[in-house]
Design a protein around this ligand. Structure first.
Ligand SMILES: [Zn+2]
Ligand SMILES: [Zn+2]
Length: 302
């Protein structure tokens, strides 16, 4: 009896908070599809994440292999990541390691039965990139549509939304807010905040340390943040040293950001960690930050 009463209270509470009542709702989850970087590391595929809420998947970035990584997560039991259900993506910035899977995301789910156009949100320049991809595969689309495959006429289309900072998307599951981050000389690079009925999830994108991440998280449930190895051999070279200082975040800087942002869980991804043992990463983050954190592997779920 008590159990039913608590379920009733939870349903009323969700009504009061303004979200649709969904008594069977599972908590929002983040699936780390790829933790990688431009390195061709077979254990770490291209950067891509999915926030999954009520059986809908919202992708963030589309590094190499994104559709196959989503299929692997589906095999692990996350039905929302079935290829033909991949319908929306939020791109942090247009670096190739974050967008090489974009043609894959446009065409593979269509070939596998998606009828809806892909909705793609991201910085200015995304329309230009999309139209070049569409041109590059014109003949493929013609053959699949006109030939014996009889593919549908809509699922390869892309609705591009070039964004600026602020709320960029809202539906019954989630409100998505973009915030500007500092990624060297990129004019536009964003992090994203996902607010669901039960969780606040913040994704740094690629960035040097910035207060914008601290503001967006502010005690959030999960903060996913990038990191680089400050002792890599490349850093003996002044231009690489300057590159990492202005484009990325060192473990000590990340510790400081996390201490101020106070996430319930820090998830380190997009690890530019060549030859940095994880034990060193632990040591350097711990100097500043005593909260919960984890160094993500591909296909982990938080
Ligand atoms: Zn990157
Ligand atoms: Zn980048």
């Amino acid at each position: 009896m008590k159990k039913y009463f608590l379920a009733f209270v939870a349903a009323v509470a969700s009504c009061v908070s303004g979200f649709a009542v969904d008594q069977g709702a599972a908590p929002a989850r983040v699936v780390v599809l790829g933790t990688g970087t431009p390195s061709a590391d077979p254990e770490r595929w291209g950067p891509a994440l999915a926030v999954v809420v009520n059986d809908r998947a919202y992708l963030i970035d589309c590094g190499p292999g994104v559709v196959r990584r989503a299929a692997a997560a589906e095999k692990n039991g996350i039905a929302a990541l079935k290829a033909k259900e991949l319908k929306i993506v939020f791109i942090t910035h247009l670096h190739s390691d974050h967008t090489l899977g974009y043609p894959d995301l446009i065409f593979s789910p269509w070939v596998l039965g998606r009828k809806d156009a892909l909705e793609a949100y991201g910085p200015h320049g995304l329309k230009n990139m999309t139209s070049h991809i569409e041109k590059a595969w014109t003949e493929d689309v013609r053959i699949r549509r006109r030939g014996l495959e009889q593919a549908n006429a809509t699922g390869y289309e892309v609705k591009v939304h070039e964004i600026q900072a602020g709320v960029v998307y809202r539906d019954e599951n989630v409100t998505v807010t973009a915030f500007p981050v500092k990624h060297g000389i990129w004019k536009e690079a964003y992090g994203y905040k996902f607010e669901t009925r039960d969780r606040k999830i913040v994704i740094s994108g690629d960035t040097a340390p910035t207060d914008e991440v601290v503001k967006a998280c502010d005690g959030c449930d999960v903060l996913l943040h990038e990191v680089y190895n400050p002792h890599g051999d490349e850093l003996n070279d002044p231009h690489w040293k300057e590159y990492f200082r202005t484009f990325h975040t060192s473990p000590a800087e990340l510790g400081e950001i996390a201490r101020r942002a106070r996430p319930k869980l820090l998830v380190v991804y997009h690890q530019v960690l060549e030859r940095l043992p994880e034990s060193d990463l632990v040591e350097q983050i711990k100097k500043q930050y005593s909260g919960n954190w984890v160094s993500a592997r591909d296909l982990s779920v938080y």
